[in-house]
Design a protein around this ligand. Sequence first.
Ligand code: SDX
Length: 374
Amino acid sequence: MTDEIKKGLLGIVVDETTISQVMPEINSLTYRGYAVQDLCEVCSFEEVAYLILNGDLPNSIQLNKFKKEEKANRNITINLREIINHMPKKAHPMDVARTFVSVMGLEDKETSDNSPEANMRKTMRIFAKTPTAIAAFFRVRKGKKIIKPKKDLSFSENFFYMCFGKVPQKEIVKAFDISLILYAEHSFNVSTFTARTITSSLSDIYGAITGAIASLKGPLHGGANEEVMHMMKKIKTPDKAKSWLIDNLNKKQVVMGFGHRVYKSGDSRVPTMKKYFLKVSKLKKDENLHKIGEIIEKEMLKRKNIHPNLDFPTGPTYHLMGFDTDFFTPIFVIARITGWSAHIMEQHISNKLIRPLSKYKGSKHRKVMLLNQR
Ligand code: SDX
């Protein structure tokens, strides 16, 4: 047993997994052995969700059954709709998301059943209902009526429909689908490890995903995609980008959307997402954000040799799609539910309570004095 402290578990391998492999050495990421870039080229998000949850790509019969089950579970209860209707309008959508996942756990009869079959059924319910609940709050916060899900739309089409009342052109839906594939899974990141830690005490999937959402909200993790947009709104125009960055670096400020604990020569998901960020910028006839991004990226590489991570291109892309900035990380949630759920089920297969040690540096052992002696 070593008492060397590895703060943040830096470089520590704590378990094995069969779900994904982050391969910084070849700048790639594979889900169940398939390179994520190839999956983006060939598959829909539903196919990739099936892959992450079941271990292999579906054939057409399996895919149709999976889609049917997801669509059948999209509705949320009247009770949950009422709760969302009464959520404080100023609440952060990530706090609303972790709250309604908890409520879904209260409503689910199988919450305490940790069998693989029950966990897969609960996963499908959480996977299908979370977008509906997030879209519901997106509307309620604007004083608009909740739009019920439609069963004749794909996962991504339906999310746009529930948020905006219509489905955008197919290139926009494709870019959104790609962002969900790229956000779906990323091995032992902090929110996934949170979910596994909660699961390791044999607690339930609703509690594990509630904890994961709370972790993902943090600006050092999923919350970075919102912070990127706040940064771009401060910069405003491309001609201000360089001076803004230099000023921030001089103040030793962290530049959101850059850096990564595992990828040190670039996040393998970024080139694919950047391609779609540019496509959406051109479709929306607004390349201002893309131009700001290019300058910030160039200067960060030149001055700090730090590469952008997936949150950097994704945030402004969601802005161009019409989503409110504080809904960017909830979109990350609806994708990552697949990865979190797969890891929760994997933790159950070969569980060991997660309980690290700490090195004590507080007061020495001492006697308790009576109150009138203190
Ligand atoms: C995600 O783990 C995952 O897989 C996560 C994720 C996933 O899919 O689940 O990929 C999603 O969370 C991506 C990361 C999103 N977060 C951000 O964009 C926030 C900004 N990034 C930084 O906070 C940072 O890069 C971290 C937290 C992401 C990683 O930091 P580490 O590995 O703990 O490294 P560090 O903070 O110790 O930085 C090492 C050095 C430091 O300089 P020195 O103190 O050694 O001189 O690099 C510098 C840092 O100051 N640095 C940055 C920087 N990132 C690192 N300096 C300025 N801006 C940055 N963004």
